[in-house]
Design a protein around this ligand. Structure first.
Ligand code: SDX
Length: 426
């Protein structure tokens, strides 16, 4: 990091605050010495705050750029596969053939879950939201894998990463099977990661399941597009939980909980619900007006982003994939037409233009998931499944380096100190 500084004058004191430069992207100002001066920075929502240093993912919100270890997301989506992207995110380089084969075989050999875990599902109602189940069962993994909880041990961290990446598809598919009252399907190690997930989702024990290669490829691309995204809310949650020394399974469960919100990963489910509610192009103007109305809590789900003030590069790939998959499957989904019309109208409206509101990763993903046959309630589970590698990579990066427990401060606007008032005097 280079020697630059920013001057901050506080009363009679002028402070020299170090400025650090990264490889690319904005410089950061180290404000660590402010506490000694009796002041804090104030940045609700962390709009202007870099909470850590990282080498994993870079986003340029103004240019709509997303790099994973330097590789552009569209190149990875077009040329790579999800497990290869997992390797890249975890180890920093694309694997050679031998490394790739070993990694795939390692993941394949961790896809089963402990038989006792199946019992956790039966404690839920059949109509439980699958994200509620995922919060529970992923956290519960820490009760089964005592041999990979010593976070200071590099090998424990690596095994925990393998287990989480490998078991998320199995746990996710079990949520769907449980909701149907169908038997859980075991993973099949002769299938690819995405093929395996589809057969666990849609296969049944009484007949062989033929994986549709178009759907498997689309599933894999969706996993790639959701794999990681810098310090988003759920990844920051995983880092904060990890900073206390919590075990990786508990940290990922915390990330799943944070992702569930409709402002974050829950948006893909909310987009489909919104498109279904809009129903027809003739209603678009009414909903766009609602989205612009300050007094109406309605927002155009799948639009806007804290960082992207340009087209989310993942949304571009997602939209192209929508056309490819629906075309190859011969599906004409009116919701796709509706989504594209909604995008056109919104993007020509001054409100959305001035606020730089573009479609984000969630705007088109649900249409592909629907074409694959995945129910809306499972959309955020798919997001959590894919994002697990990003969460684990950031957790591993933090724990492998020097870190302190995350402990933000506050601007206190409550009551000054006062004495207790006995009940008979109130
Ligand atoms: C994800 O962080 C990540 O990287 C997340 C993610 C990842 O991969 O991890 O990319 C995944 O979470 C994508 C975002 C999914 N969420 C949605 O699609 C929900 C709808 N979008 C919004 O709620 C909103 O855009 C956020 C939450 C995504 C971003 O919120 P910000 O950065 O806090 O922006 P904001 O709410 O301050 O909005 C800025 C302005 C506001 O108007 P003003 O107060 O300035 O007048 O834009 C308006 C907002 O009212 N606005 C919208 C809008 N999004 C923002 N108005 C209508 N519809 C919208 N969708």
């Amino acid at each position: 990091m280079t020697e630059k500084s920013a001057q901050l004058t506080l009363g009679e004191t002028t402070l020299d605050l170090p400025i650090y430069s990264g490889t690319i992207g904005p410089d950061v100002i180290d404000v660590g010495k402010l506490t000694a001066e009796g002041v804090f920075t104030y940045d609700p929502g962390f709009v202007s705050t870099a909470a850590c240093e990282s080498k994993i993912t870079y986003i340029d919100g103004g240019k709509g750029i997303l790099l994973h270890r330097g590789y552009p997301i569209d190149q990875l989506a077009d040329n790579s596969d999800y497990l290869e992207v997992c390797y890249l995110l975890l180890y920093g380089e694309l694997p050679n053939a031998a490394e790739k084969e070993k990694f795939e075989s390692t993941i394949n050999n961790h896809t089963m879950v402990h038989e006792q875990l199946r019992g956790f599902y039966h404690g839920f109602r059949r109509d439980a939201h699958p994200m509620a189940i995922m919060c529970g069962v992923v956290g519960a993994l820490s009760a089964f894998y005592h041999d990979s909880l010593e976070i200071s041990d590099e090998r424990h961290r690596e095994i925990a990463a393998f287990r989480l990446i490998a078991k998320m598809p199995t746990l996710a598919a079990m949520c769907y099977k449980y909701s149907l009252g169908q038997p859980f399907m075991y993973p099949k190690n002769n299938l690819s990661y995405s093929e395996n997930f589809l057969q666990m989702m849609f296969g049944v024990p009484c007949e062989d399941y033929e994986v549709n290669p178009i759907l498997a490829k689309a599933m894999d691309k969706i996993f790639i597009l959701h794999a990681d995204h810098e310090q988003n809310a759920s990844t920051s949650t995983v880092r904060l939980a990890g900073s206390s020394g919590a075990n990786p399974f508990a940290c990922i469960a915390a990330g799943i909980a944070a992702l569930w919100g409709p402002a974050h990963g829950g948006a893909n489910e909310a987009v489909l619900d919104m498109l279904t509610e809009i129903g027809d192009v003739s209603n678009v103007d009414k909903f766009v007006a609602k989205a612009k109305d300050k007094n109406d809590p309605f927002r155009l789900m799948g639009f806007g982003h804290r960082v992207y003030k340009n087209y989310d590069p993942r949304a571009k790939v997602m939209r192209e994939t929508c056309h490819e998959v629906l075309g190859e499957l011969g599906i004409k989904d009116p919701l796709l037409e509706l989504a594209m019309k909604l995008e056109d109208i919104a993007r020509s409206d001054s409100y959305f233009i001035e606020k730089n509101l573009y479609p984000n990763v969630d705007f088109y993903s649900g249409i592909i998931l629907k074409a694959i046959g995945i129910p809306t309630s499972m959309f955020t589970v798919i997001f959590a499944l894919a994002r697990t590698v990003g969460w684990v990579a950031h957790w591993h990066e933090m724990i492998s380096g020097s870190y302190r427990i995350g402990r933000p401060r506050q601007l206190y606007t409550g009551s000054p100190q006062r004495d207790f008032v006995p009940l008979d005097k109130r």
